[in-house]
Design a protein around this ligand. Structure first.
Ligand code: PMP
Length: 338
């Protein structure tokens, strides 16, 4: 019989898929590393596995222990799945602006979620930061992974994402492009590819306009999961050769094109990374192989990026899709058949 002992055995080994339509006019080969194939639907399953396994080895996390992390996104899902399979309790702390869909997803995996008010100062006892610190202090056997400073975050990519790409491209990758959030993906994967290629691979970070990585101060932007207003320890400043800043509008329009033209329903940070990858690829020739990492799927963004009204409200949509009548649809069919 062919089966896996548990869903967590399926973390990593994600496929590379060539981009064929959005790359029109580009000579280089552009390949997407599609991370939504991970069981939790994102690249963050990789760091969840390695951070938990390293904590087990060091004794920071013991049988029956509790994982406490201030996160509401992909890292939470990864941690919740791995924790559940390994028998740990999981508590997440989220600000109250987080959507109920995200909170319900974490709860669906059996995690406990504590929601904190956004409208209080960081030093207030109910703040996101203070609540998670208190939960760690007062819960017996609690351990906080802290993806922003945990060296196992970049290490997971050094030991999985990087070697996978080197093998999948048979060492022919010339450029690696990834969005930067905690910096774990670009630092770990980029470092591995530089080591394996003896410095030949160029590493490019994609960053929302306004974030620190591309020289900003953290001005608000709408792309989720990337950009920061501080420099996390997980980010190694010596790895990226270049950082490309991308606007929300360009990120979201590309995200929609990836669904419509490449069959890839992915998140906004994926569109952002692809915009940067194409900017790089346009300068290259037919022997170059650009790999762009797509961190997550698009289901979590249906009411935003894939919603015409939301896009139009922000001025991101030039011509909203009209609601069609049966007559309109049939007329269009005639047009296609001539
Ligand atoms: N995109 C999304 C949707 C994410 O959740 C993250 C993780 N914060 C990233 C990109 C960036 O990855 P990293 O934290 O490894 O820099």
């Amino acid at each position: 019989m062919r089966y896996h002992e548990s869903i967590i055995e399926l973390v990593g080994d994600t496929p590379l898929v060539k981009l064929n339509k959005v790359t029109e006019g580009i000579q280089a080969t552009v390949l997407a590393k599609v991370e939504y194939f991970n069981p939790g639907g994102s690249v963050k399953d990789r760091i969840a596995m390695r951070m938990i396994e390293a904590a087990e080895e060091s004794g920071a996390l013991r049988p029956g222990g509790t994982i406490v992390e201030p996160t509401s996104g992909n890292t939470g899902i990864g941690l919740a799945i791995v924790a559940q399979q390994k028998g740990y309790r999981c508590i997440f702390v989220c600000p109250d602006k987080v959507s109920t869909d995200k909170i319900n997803t974490l709860r669906a995996y059996g995690a406990e979620v504590v929601v904190c008010p956004t409208a209080v100062a960081p030093e207030h006892p109910d703040s996101y930061y203070n609540v998670s610190d208190r939960l760690v202090r007062e819960t017996p056997g609690a351990w906080k992974p802290d993806q922003y400073s945990n060296p196992e975050n970049p290490a997971s990519h050094y030991h999985s994402t990087g070697p996978e790409l080197w093998k999948q491209t048979e060492g022919r990758i010339t450029h690696f492009v990834a969005g930067v959030g905690t910096g774990g993906t670009i630092s770990g994967t980029g470092r591995y590819l530089k080591d394996a290629s003896e410095g030949r691979v160029t590493v490019v970070g994609a960053d929302p306009e306004g974030s620190v990585y591309s020289g900003g101060t953290g001005r608000p932007y709408l792309v989720e999961g990337v950009g920061e207003d501080f420099w996390p320890e997980a980010y190694d400043r010596t790895v990226a050769d270049e950082i490309v800043a991308v606007s929300d509008k360009d990120s979201f329009q590309m995200t929609r094109r990836l669904a419509k033209e490449e069959g890839l329903l992915v998140g906004g940070s994926c569109g952002m990374a692809v915009v940067a990858a194409l900017e790089v690829a346009r300068r290259l020739g037919p022997d170059d192989v650009v790999v762009v990492l797509l961190p997550d799927g698009g289901r979590g963004y249906l009411s935003k990026i894939f919603n015409d009204e939301w896009m139009a409200d922000y001025g991101f949509l030039s011509s909203p899709t009209e609601e069609a009548t049966v007559g309109d649809v049939l007329a269009r069919k005639d047009a296609v058949e001539h």
